[in-house]
Design a protein around this ligand. Sequence first.
Ligand code: TMP
Length: 234
Amino acid sequence: MEKRDKIYEGKAKILYKTDDPDKLIQYFKDDATAFNAAKKGTVVDKGVMNNKISTKIFEFLESEGIVTHYEKMLSDREMLIKKVSIVPVEVVVRNKAAGSLCRNLGVEEGKKLPISVLEFCYKRDDLNDPLMNECHIIALELATQEELDKIKEIALKINALMSKFFANLNLELIDFKLEFGRFKGGIILADEISPDTCRLWEIGTGKRLDKDRFRHDLGNVEEAYQEVLSRVSK
Ligand code: TMP
């Protein structure tokens, strides 16, 4: 697979064209940002760890019938993916209260939510990725109602699958963020799934094993990502 021109660079990843017009290379960087890039830094080898963790999770989800953009891992930092057209909406699923839910709604961190809470954010760095509702998504023509229904259905299915997957590794899936893309007329899972995009608390100790260690300067950031990698690699 030949790596060609860079077509996109985000905060944590770069996308390159390949000699196959239907495939891209997703390159994982060590750069870390939080609070819409108000806080910036690097986490040593985060890109390597997130590439490997995402690979394991995509392979698990594919084995459970979820269609993803993942094709294969090419190197430590590179993943071959299907070229999709990204729906510019971040989909967050929450099982326990944390992060912006606590900040925005005054809920106590760690409160078990009696239903899985689905949230949508508009992928617009210039607007700081604002929360939006389903009517906004349809009204702004970011997705059709049919696409949105599919996205919600897949997101909830992924929540059930990943909650069980992580529980088997003694990790509680508190919340996570997904992105979806259009591919051959359907909706498939895209982007990455890693400690950058999930909150994972160790069962029993409550130890944070995710990007909150970077966001809130809790220390041992690399060790937390490494711990997640070693658990998903078992
Ligand atoms: P939040 O509580 O900060 O809104 O985050 C909810 C989940 O979404 C958490 O697991 C982190 C993830 N997330 C991202 O992956 N990217 C983002 O830009 C944000 C804000 C959150």
